[in-house]
Design a protein around this ligand. Structure first.
Ligand code: NAP
Ligand code: HSE
Length: 431
């Protein structure tokens, strides 16, 4: 059987999907029993130079050439952003087409509306490429772990940030250089602010947590902080204390509620997640029956992402995507998540202050922490050389986030503190 495909977008991901549809045609036909034909590609700028492997005739700037073509059965949205991606995706669904999307931003904010629209018309939405690049984490959560109550999901889900942190730690590159390299390699979002401020990881966390816990996640209630304020001095102190800094997306069960958060995190050097480097992603999921399972692979870039999209195209063409979509009420019938506020979440904490090298400072700082029940696990202060201000690093035992935030604000107001205290959470994920 022949299945015609239309792409919305032909950038880093779209152009690789187009090339794979053209070059892997025989392999794909053998694996799926379907002849997959790339029919049209929507672009914005008809003057831009494109891959020579893609015939000129497939390009169009008119979405109707895809959405109103009755021969096109599968629409692959790889434009990104909210509009016009949302309108075009909804139009595709209403026209009875099967949607494949890599757009985590759109799904995190409007996933429920899109899934419900597809369910109403007996269509389907496949979104493996939206989380984890080549890593089949959506498949794992919706099929492999379907018999489990999930207790915890902890992931490195942004290739750009992981690349930046790895390069800063291992080669001493500056943040700006590492970010420019991640952009050149095609890992970053068109606006990399989404990557480095943690927004992209939070989009993925919203999708993964909704699959893991079967709930609707109010995206705006996820606690998010990014790597854009990370200083290499903190990476060095972390290493000295036996930790590696990773941007983690964490979803955890606490009684009847769940906590959802994205933040730079110190992970013990011996933990698997601490050894995931470059553009690789890894997601550790703890199920009540499975125990911990870990999914690892390239999380960003044209080919890894296209690999996941091709899998979705094959599922859609074979009809299994529509079957799965019908069978999975968790996509369309979710109750609202009961979220535990960030200030009640307990973890260990790394605090780095720049303190005036004068008597009494340490006493004041430990007093502020002690008054809030925050106990110290380790402390580092190196001798001052030229500067009168020295870094003072404190690792705490477990303490509620709210108490630590309160203590940090108080410490920052002390005379003798030069700059804002750097605060990084520390966790040892379950194993
Ligand atoms: P990109 O390189 O910026 O490509 C976007 C494509 O969409 C371009 O071809 C652009 O057309 C087209 N486009 C954008 N707005 C349009 C409009 N209004 N009308 C028509 N065409 C329009 O982005 P990308 O990196 O491929 O990412 C695409 C999607 O995949 C995003 O949702 C992203 O989050 C997701 N994703 C990316 C990666 C990755 O590693 N890059 C991994 C996983 C998921 P022109 O070419 O004419 O400008
Ligand atoms: N910008 C994203 C990242 C692309 O760096 O992980 C993959 O979703």
């Amino acid at each position: 059987m022949t299945t015609h495909i239309g792409l919305l977008g032909c950038g880093t991901v779209g152009s690789t999907v187009a090339e794979m549809l053209l070059t892997e045609r025989v392999l794909l036909e053998k694996r799926s029993g379907q002849s997959l034909v790339l029919k049209r590609i929507l672009i914005r700028d008809s003057e831009k130079s494109r891959s020579r492997n893609i015939p000129r005739a497939v390009f169009t700037t008119n979405p109707d050439d895809i959405l109103k073509d009755p021969e096109i059965k599968i629409v692959v949205e790889v434009m990104g952003g909210i509009e016009p991606a949302k309108t075009l995706s909804m139009r595709a669904i209403k026209a009875g087409k099967l949607l494949v999307t890599a757009n985590k931003h759109l799904l995190a904010l409007h996933g429920m509306e899109i899934f419900r629209a597809a369910a109403r018309v007996g269509s389907s939405v496949c979104f493996e490429a939206s989380c984890g690049g080549a890593v089949p984490i959506v498949l794992a959560l919706t099929r492999g772990l379907v018999a489990n109550d999930i207790d915890q999901l902890v992931g490195i889900v942004n290739g750009t940030c992981n690349y930046i942190l790895s390069e800063m730690s291992s080669t001493g590159k500056s943040y700006a250089t590492a970010l420019a390299e991640a952009q050149a390699a095609g890992y970053a979002e068109p606006d990399p602010t989404l990557d480095v401020t943690g927004g992209d990881s939070a989009h993925k966390l919203a999708i993964l947590a909704s699959l893991a816990f079967g709930v609707h996640v109010p995206f705006e209630q996820i606690h998010v902080s990014g790597i854009n304020t990370i200083d290499d001095m903190d990476l060095r102190f972390g290493r000295e204390l036996g930790y590696v800094c990773k941007l983690l997306a964490i979803a955890e069960k606490h009684g009847h509620g769940i906590s959802l958060r994205v933040h730079p995190t110190f992970v013990p050097q011996k933990h698997l997640l601490a050894n995931v480097n470059g553009s690789f992603n890894a997601i550790a999921v703890v199920g009540h029956a499975s125990g911990q399972t870990i999914y690892y692979g390239r999380g960003a870039g044209g080919r890894p992402t296209a690999s996941a999209i091709m899998a979705d195209i094959v599922e859609a063409a074979m009809g299994s995507a529509t079957l799965l979509f019908k069978q999975l009420p968790l996509l369309t019938r979710r109750s609202a998540a009961r979220l535990v506020p960030m200030h009640d979440v307990s973890s260990r904490h790394y605090l780095r202050m720049m303190v005036d090298d004068k008597p009494g400072m340490l006493h004041q700082i430990t007093g502020i922490l002690g008054k809030r029940g925050i106990s110290l696990a380790a402390m580092v202060q190196h001798e001052a050389h030229e500067d009168q201000f020295v870094p003072l690093v404190i690792m705490t035992h477990e303490a509620p986030d709210g108490k630590v935030i309160e203590a940090v604000a108080k410490i920052n107001s002390l005379r003798g503190i030069r700059s804002k205290t750097r605060h990084i959470r520390v966790i040892d994920p379950q194993s």
